[in-house]
Design a protein around this ligand. Structure first.
Ligand code: FES
Ligand code: FES
Length: 1008
């Protein structure tokens, strides 16, 4: 059918099908700013304005839009950078989103701007509650909404013609600023009424983190400054920056048939009818492609885990496992073809409980002969990996304790829920090389790992990573690229495969659920004498990241509390883990990489011990926690894929984090104060405070490597090529800042590009909180070699004049786009570039750097939570989260604080509502973003971030990791706050109203 659509003021006559969504049609017309995040109106990424009202284009039929005015992000603001055109520039909202750091991956940004625009068109003076309300229809998994809300408020002020304060980025405070709680507590965002459910909102938000500035950073021009994200302008304009924002003539659509059974053998599969369907280009089953065993975990070589996966297999091991793949001219035909595939299954007994899976006689998932063991894996026992670490003499430590505390804890399977689904496009280029354009965190690992699977040499594969709409570890998996690649190989045509939201839930990866047993020996004075953890971890049907995620669970969380006195010198720590196969969908990497699971158990356990011994929970923790100058106790016992080597903690700002955080949350005025616990006039409500101390790692020592190259251009600008992958974190920006600092130029003179396996140097990819540290060090090395050459050429140019004393290159400074001699003469970068490229002894000034770290300096943090519990219903409302973080020097406080806010928000879901549940047949309960609830803008507590800077000596700019640590402490801090409020211990998160209510009932009935 032909319809007329008026899009951004232009009428288009479009051929469409009756069932086509407006989303599909708009994107087909090139309006790539309209994003796909689901198919059922839940995420809001597809928001457009229809007659000035926001609608979800994915659930709106294109035909219904005839006769209406449609506005997409492409019509908002103008684009002053486009050649000779001089226009008025970005809309105030776009400007404000850019300046305020409201963009991380940017996938939700066009929708947010459109929704906010509609609000401001009608309400030029909105309240924060109104802004949050209008943004509540658009899910953002990255930001925690704080900065987007502030960006809208700021834009509203700008549009009203008001003066707004310039964003200087940081609030530098003297070290004792937060040390005066009474004067500061008035400024703390307070919850309004404490009404648990459906409160209208809201607490004031703050745009900027508070930060203690490291003295070393004070002289820097670019590092430590809130520079705008280098990709922000294109993202606020909805430019076609993401994987799927790309068209290729004759592109086929891929779909996969997923298993309806948890465990079955494929006895017979008949695809003839599907192949005969008009418009179907290929149907592939396990019989049609090479049988190559591999691991989908995107990790360095050798993969630290078993090889147990096939692109297609004759056996299925979970509901959602692959059965067949199809490529067709349209999505509809592809889906129709899936229905025509006839499969005869031989059902096998399944095992869904990790303890059952280890028992003799349990159904065995991996009986294939091709299985390749890694270390202790044993498929005949459903054991994907095991960890056995003993440090010191644990039994002696227990025998020396006055009391031994034992308890069990449980953590659920949860989803990364990035808004951009997994998506990959494959095609042959003109040299018959396979191009894979994919939303991946690990382009170089993907190329290496896919080569044998596809039967192509590495040199015939090119992986391109465009902008990524969030990944959070789920794209550290070579998860779907093989599907379109096999289909391109089979058909010779370009193929796109994009997960639906349901596929994200049933057939991607998730956080490992675990049962964790803790045993801790303690003296009466609170000295920990021995600490033991056993984790039973469910890797699901495949062992991707099985060993490394669960290894990290103990490696980080059990390293924090070493004990005091002689135990501090020689701690007694045991960490054992079994990582088992079950017929659940596979677990994998999720931001925090095993550590949030560990800290749920450790920090709930520490709280119980402190309460039982009537010790101050903070003092008890600090008495036993690791300190600067001490050995990371696990460093000599365990390392990912390499020999362990001793590592000393060079910097630890944990005590200062505690001091700042407790002041910011008002701990001393509230904790243990019975009057504060009560909410006046609401006897069913109780308030509580909780704390958790946490540590993470920075990169993987002696293993992961990053590379960078820098080339100088005629005008003194630089191309910086990195293999590192910015998945929305802002890593491209901080890498550009470091290069700019070394080269003495503004950040916009650094044209950064990441990543393309044909052009950019190798990098292990974005994981393990390593990009700023590892890839950053590589960038600095490359920049320093360019700087050296610039200074050498500048010295030569200075010395052409005989009127001045000779200049040595080492005395030349690079500042403000110029080389400055000791006597104050200057030569601009562009003059040097012209000289070297065109005039004398021509050369291309270029530098290459690569870096691998011998250490993994841990960031530390103190996480505080304030909650209100309704003791009649069990409802928990988190009112405030305060996180004080030692991540070393903060290269960009704007992007780093966004990481903390977004991370805390994800962790808040882990604390109170996120959970993936399966029925007894292994079928998922949560298949969409309605059933799987992630926090929305109007539900947020107050978020406060404080950076306590230390200078990590192993990095030129003193940095440590930021990205993962905010996932670690929120859940236990909330759990501890719930105990503080109503004296119930919830040992298995999420802390749902039902669990709290049941525990309260037990107390009321005298069982608690
Ligand atoms: S609401 Fe339309 S894509 Fe999610
Ligand atoms: S910035 Fe909102 S989803 Fe990434």
């Amino acid at each position: 059918m032909r319809i007329n659509l008026t899009v951004n003021g232009q009428v288009h006559e479009i051929e469409t099908k009756p069932g086509d969504s407006l989303l599909k049609v708009l994107r087909a017309q090139g309006n790539f700013g309209v994003k796909h995040g689901c198919e059922s109106g839940e995420c809001g990424a597809c928001t457009v304005l229809l007659d000035s009202k926001p609608v979800n284009a994915c659930v709106f039929l294109a035909a219904q839009a005839q006769g209406h005015r449609i506005e997409t992000i492409e019509a908002v603001g103008e684009h002053p950078e486009q050649g000779w055109k001089h226009t008025s520039g970005l809309h105030a909202l776009q400007e404000s989103f850019v300046e305020s750091g409201a963009i991380q991956c940017g996938y939700c940004t066009p929708a947010m701007i459109l929704a906010a625009k509609e609000l401001l068109d009608h309400y030029p003076e909105p309240t924060e509650a109104q802004v949050r309300d209008v943004l509540s229809g658009i899910l953002c998994r990255c930001t925690g909404y704080l900065k987007p809300v502030q960006a809208v408020m700021r834009a509203a002020a700008l549009m009203r013609g008001e003066q707004v304060e310039p964003l200087e980025g940081v609030i530098p405070v003297p070290p004792d600023f937060f040390g005066e709680p009474p004067s500061f507590s008035d400024q703390i965002p307070q919850s309004d009424s404490g009404t648990p459910a459906g409160r209208e909102v809201l607490v004031p938000t703050r745009l900027m983190p508070r930060i203690q500035v490291t003295p070393e950073a004070e002289s820097w021009q670019r590092v430590g400054k809130p520079e705008k994200k280098v990709d922000a302008v294109k993202l606020v304009q909805g430019k076609p920056a993401f994987t799927a924002d790309f068209d290729k003539r004759d592109m086929l659509i891929a779909k996969v048939l997923h298993s309806p059974h948890a465990h079955a053998r494929i006895k017979h599969i008949d695809v003839e009818k599907a192949r005969d369907l008009e418009g179907v280009a290929a149907v592939l089953t396990w019989q049609d492609i090479p049988r190559v065993v591999y691991s989908t975990a995107g990790q360095s070589d050798p993969i630290p885990g078993p090889l147990d996966s096939f692109s297609l297999d004759k056996k299925v091991r979970f509901v959602g496992d692959r059965v067949a793949m199809v490529a067709a001219e349209t999505e509809q035909i592809a889906l129709q073809a899936l229905e025509l595939i006839e499969v005869e299954y031989e059902l096998l007994p399944s095992v869904l409980d990790s303890a059952e899976a280890l028992k003799p006689g349990a159904p065995i998932l991996h009986d294939e002969t091709e299985y390749v063991n890694f270390a202790e894996s044993d498929p005949s026992r459903n054991l994907a990996a095991e960890v056995r670490i003993d440090i010191g003499d644990v039994e002696l430590g227990f025998s020396e304790a006055d009391l031994v505390f034992e308890d069990e804890y449980e953590v659920p399977k949860v989803q990364q829920a990035h808004i951009e689904p997994h998506v990959a496009i494959t095609f042959w280029d003109e040299d018959d090389r396979l191009v894979i354009r994919t939303s991946t965190q690990v382009p170089f690992h993907a190329r290496r790992q896919l080569a044998p699977v596809l039967g192509l040499p590495i040199k015939r594969i090119r992986v391109i990573k465009p902008r990524i709409g969030g990944g959070f570890g789920n794209k550290q998996e070579v998860l779907i690229e093989d599907v379109p690649a096999h289909l391109t190989i089979a058909t010779g045509r370009p193929v796109i495969y994009e997960y639906s939201r349901e596929e994200e839930f049933i057939a991607s990866r998730s956080r490992h659920p675990m049962r964790i047993r803790m045993k801790t020996g303690v003296k009466k004075d609170g000295t920990i004498t021995a600490n033991e953890m056993y984790a039973l971890s469910d890797t699901g049907a495949y062992g991707c990241h099985a060993l490394t995620v669960t290894g990290n669970t103990g490696h980080k969380s059990m390293a924090l509390y070493v004990g005091d006195g002689k135990y501090r010198v020689s701690p007694n720590i045991r960490f054992y883990a079994d990582i088992v196969y079950t017929n659940h969908p596979p677990s994998g990497a999720y931001r925090g990489y095993g550590v949030p699971q560990g800290f749920w158990a450790v920090e709930r356990h520490m709280e119980k011990i402190a309460r039982e011994l009537e010790l101050d929970p903070i003092e008890f923790r600090l008495k036993n926690s690791i300190r600067e100058g001490e050995l990371q106790p696990f460093s000599t016992a365990w390392s990912e894929g390499r020999e362990p080597r001793p590592e000393t903690i060079e910097t630890c700002g944990l005590e200062e984090c505690v001091r700042q955080g407790r002041a910011a949350i008002g701990w001393d005025q509230k904790f243990g104060v019975s009057g504060w616990r009560q909410v006046p006039g609401q006897p069913h409500l109780r308030k509580g405070l909780g704390v958790a101390l946490v540590m993470q790692g920075t990169a993987i020592p002696y293993l992961d490597m990053g590379g960078a190259s820098i080339k100088m251009n005629d005008d003194g600008s630089f191309n910086l090529l990195v293999g590192a992958t910015d998945l929305g974190t802002g890593s491209d920006t901080v890498l550009a800042q470091m290069a700019a600092e070394v080269l003495g130029v503004p950040v916009d003179d650094i044209i950064i590009y990441s990543s393309d396996t044909d052009f950019t140097p190798f990098d292990k990819g974005a994981y393990a909180s390593s990009t700023t540290y590892i890839s950053g060090a590589a960038v600095i090395k490359a920049a320093e070699s360019v700087s050296l050459r610039i200074r050498q050429r500048a010295a030569r140019m200075f010395n052409e004049s005989e009127e001045h004393p000779p200049v040595n290159q080492e005395d030349i400074r690079l500042v403000d786009r110029q080389a400055i001699s000791p006597d104050g003469r200057t030569i601009s970068h562009s003059e040097i570039a012209h000289e070297t490229l065109h005039h004398a002894d021509q050369e291309q000034i270029m530098g290459v750097g690569s870096y691998m770290s011998p250490v993994a300096p841990p960031p530390f943090a103190a996480q505080f939570a304030e909650v209100t519990v309704d003791v009649e219903t069990g409802q928990v409302v988190v009112d405030n989260l305060v996180m004080a973080v030692d991540s070393g020097v903060i290269v960009n406080p704007l992007t780093a604080s966004g990481q903390i806010e977004g991370g805390m928000t994800q962790a808040l879901g882990y604390a109170v509502c996120e959970e993936m549940v399966y029925d007894s047949d292994g079928r998922a309960r949560e298949k969409d973003l309605r059933d799987y609830h992630i926090f929305q803008a109007h539900e947020m507590p107050g978020l406060t971030t404080i950076f306590v800077e230390t200078f990590e000596p192993s990095h030129p700019f003193g940095v440590k990791a930021v990205a993962e640590i905010p996932l670690d402490g929120v859940a236990p801090a909330v759990g501890n706050a719930v105990f503080d409020a109503c004296r119930v211990n919830i040992d298995d998160n999420p802390i749902t109203p039902e669990k709290v209510w049941r525990e309260i009932m037990k107390i009321d009935e005298g069982q608690g």
